[in-house]
Ligand binder design. Structure first.
Ligand SMILES: [Zn+2]
Length: 411
């Protein structure tokens, strides 16, 4: 992409009223635009990052047998009436013009919708297990919409739902999803902590969260320094310094951002929608379910919170909008253009700062702010050496590399 064609612009100053680092850097870098409190546009650069996250999630969900689909954002009242969730106050009700009452809600979750669909297709133990997911915009009437992408009223989520014939099979799959989640976060450059949290709908079961330690986090967790066992403060009887019940190590208190969660649902939804199957002995039973969420925007915000410096974002290569940020300075011969075309031709994702009338300082500052992993500079000086200057976003030093070696570096 040529920067001269990108209609958004970077900003030097932090946007007014934004106190979180992710909102400041993502808005300044031209990744997101704040339309309303908790409502953001993903601008071209930001949308590229979201798509990278989405593709990592897809790959890992598909590996554990998840099938992708898309459910409606408009959820009719009858669905939520069936589980007495219509009156839950986190939704946005939708009322058509001229109608007195809201007949729909903007979906904030889809257990009901998918369970009803499944009830039309599932009848035998042979139809189970299965798991389906979607990546979709969800809505939540969030009075405390703040912290940039960490807490929104409209947000992109991956929600996976699984359906099983036995508890045993359910817990086997729950463990598989846990592993897939840890892999997703790792691939996105985050080391998430698997944390025990409150209230599943199985009697006595907990739910689990994936928490990324960060000062801005709204959750407080206790983590064992030694074995990594963790509990959310809301259910925990620990205090800092207590001994870990698993290994005797020290429990440490941390602020953290929840980037994902997984829930055992038991038969709550299958009972509400009559989702039954005939087991091997010819007896009818209710399907056992689980649901599993990841907020894509929140994940993006969490990455910025833990990976930045005073100059801007430091994207992991897996999520960077582009691998290479190519800058040309007084390049009268058009050599940078040639390099740009060559990189494109070889499938390298490159952002080309071809803007005229910008100083070297301005271009370097934008490269640091946007945060692509590799910066390449082509100038009259480097061309005299038949070279290009390279710098990693994580390091200070620059190196000269012969023009002929550029492709080798990027492979
Ligand atoms: Zn421990």
């Amino acid at each position: 992409m040529r920067l001269s064609k990108l209609f958004t612009k970077t900003a030097r100053e932090n946007p007014r009223g934004e106190i979180s680092v992710n909102a400041q850097l993502l808005e300044r870098g031209g990744f997101i635009y704040k339309n309303s409190a908790g409502v953001y546009t993903f601008l071209p650069l930001g949308w590229r990052v979201i798509n990278k996250i989405a593709n990592i999630i897809r790959e890992e969900m598909n590996k554990i047998g998840g099938v992708e689909m898309l459910m409606p954002a408009l959820v009719e009242k009858k669905y939520l009436d069936a589980t007495k969730r219509w009156d839950v106050e986190i939704g946005f009700e939708v009322r058509g013009k001229g109608e007195k009452k809201a007949g729909f809600v903007l979906g904030w979750t889809h257990e009901e919708v998918l369970t009803e669909i499944a009830s039309k297709f599932i009848s035998s133990y042979k139809d189970l297990p299965f798991a389906a997911y979607q990546i979709q915009t969800k809505f939540r009437n969030e009075p405390r919409a703040k912290s940039g992408l960490l807490r929104g009223r409209e947000f992109i989520m991956k929600d996976l739902y699984s359906f099983h014939a036995s508890e045993e099979d359910f817990w086997r799959y729950y463990e598989e999803v846990k592993k897939a989640y840890l892999k997703i976060f790792h691939r996105c450059g985050l080391e998430a902590i698997y944390t025990v949290a409150a209230g599943g709908t199985f009697t006595g079961s907990n739910t689990h969260e994936f928490q990324v330690p960060a000062a801005i986090g709204e959750d407080t967790i206790f983590v064992c320094e030694k074995c990594g066992y963790a509990e959310n403060l809301e259910i925990s009887r620990f205090k800092a310094g207590d001994a870990c019940p698993k290994c005797g190590g020290e429990m440490v208190e941390k602020k953290a951002i929840e980037v994902g969660n997984i829930f055992p649902l038991g038969t709550k939804y299958s009972k509400a929608f009559g989702l039954q199957f005939v087991n091997e002995r010819g007896k009818k039973e209710y399907v056992i379910m689980g649901s599993y969420g990841i907020g894509l925007g929140r994940l993006m915000g969490a990455v910025v919170e833990v990976s930045h410096d005073e100059n801007g974002i430091i994207w992991p290569e897996s999520l960077a909008p582009f691998k290479v940020h190519l800058i040309e300075l007084d390049d009268k011969k058009g050599e940078a253009d040639n390099i740009y075309e060559r990189l494109l031709h070889n499938g390298v994702e490159v952002l080309f700062d071809d803007r005229q009338g910008k100083t070297a300082g301005e271009k370097f500052a934008d490269a640091d702010l946007i945060g692509c992993p590799i910066r390449l500079v082509i100038s009259e000086r480097t061309l005299r050496e038949k070279s290009v200057e390279t710098k990693s976003r994580r390091e200070k030093e620059v190196k000269l590399l012969p023009l002929t070696k550029v492709l080798d570096l990027l492979k």
